[in-house]
Design a protein. Structure first.
Length: 258
């Protein structure tokens, strides 16, 4: 079994000894019941991973000795999913499974037909839930990088992401081509082969997942104008909370990330 992963604070992994404290230390000590002598991996959420030996365990702190550290390169092409707000707790479900499937960035989208609305007074708490879910799912899946969960976007901002991407894809049940066969432009294939350290959207793929009520005509026109292509996942219609992870699985395989 691969070692458990815990998140450290930025810069802490530069030291030879790292102390996990606060909620993360409490989780390691009291929930995961880490014991002295065990091997764990500490990550900073931005690609740095350290293999550590546990020296000491307290009530809410774990002292670790760094035995090996390194920076894992960012995978390419960069994969962004624009997720229309699902109803209930399905938003957190979508974030969880997409993080486990390797998404690099999630953009919450207030689409016209979303049942759920993040009102101004509720938005910070809702966004914090999504970000917390991404952190926990990244640890569960042993990732060294926690995906970015961006601020809530409107349709104009979504179209800007699509226009800047190497490929913009709208998942739509009436599309004529399947995602497994949609041609990927040269910049995307080059990023997959060589890596691209520039802007996340440059050479990357942006996938747009609509709400339960579907895209409005005006949204589709705007996305078309931004350069998006429409793609079909398969013969069945998925929920908005599961379409993103299915699309990621297809793209991960097509781009050689899996």
């Amino acid at each position: 079994m691969t070692p458990l992963v815990f998140l450290s604070e930025p810069g802490e992994l530069d030291a030879d000894t790292v102390v996990l404290s606060g909620p993360e230390g409490r989780h390691a000590a009291a929930v995961r019941r880490i014991a002295a002598g065990e091997t764990v991996h500490l990550v900073d959420g931005a690609g740095t991973r350290a293999r550590c030996r546990v020296l000491e365990v307290g009530k809410d702190r774990v002292v670790c000795a760094v035995e090996e550290r390194g920076v894992e390169p960012a995978p390419h092409p960069h994969l962004t999913v624009v997720q229309a707000l699902p109803k209930g707790d399905r938003g957190e479900l979508a974030v969880e499974v997409m993080t486990e499937a390797g998404v690099d960035r999630i953009v919450p989208w207030a689409a016209e037909r979303c049942i759920t609305r993040w009102k101004p007074e509720r938005a910070p708490k809702a966004l914090a839930k999504w970000r917390s879910t991404a952190r926990e799912a990244a640890k569960q899946s042993r990732r060294s990088r926690v995906p970015e969960v961006a601020e809530l976007a409107g349709t104009g901002e979504v179209c800007a992401h699509v226009a800047a991407a190497g490929a913009g894809i709208v998942l739509h049940e009436d599309a004529g081509s399947r995602l497994s066969s949609v041609p990927l432009p040269a910049p995307v294939l080059e990023a997959a082969a060589q890596g691209d350290a520039g802007r996340p959207d440059a050479g990357g793929i942006v996938v747009v997942v609509g709400p339960e009520g579907g895209f409005s005509d005006s949204e589709l026109r705007a996305l078309d104008a931004a350069g998006a292509v429409r793609a079909l996942l398969g013969p069945t219609v998925l929920r908005t909370s599961t379409a993103g992870v299915a699309a990621l699985a297809v793209l991960q395989a097509r781009c050689g990330r899996w």
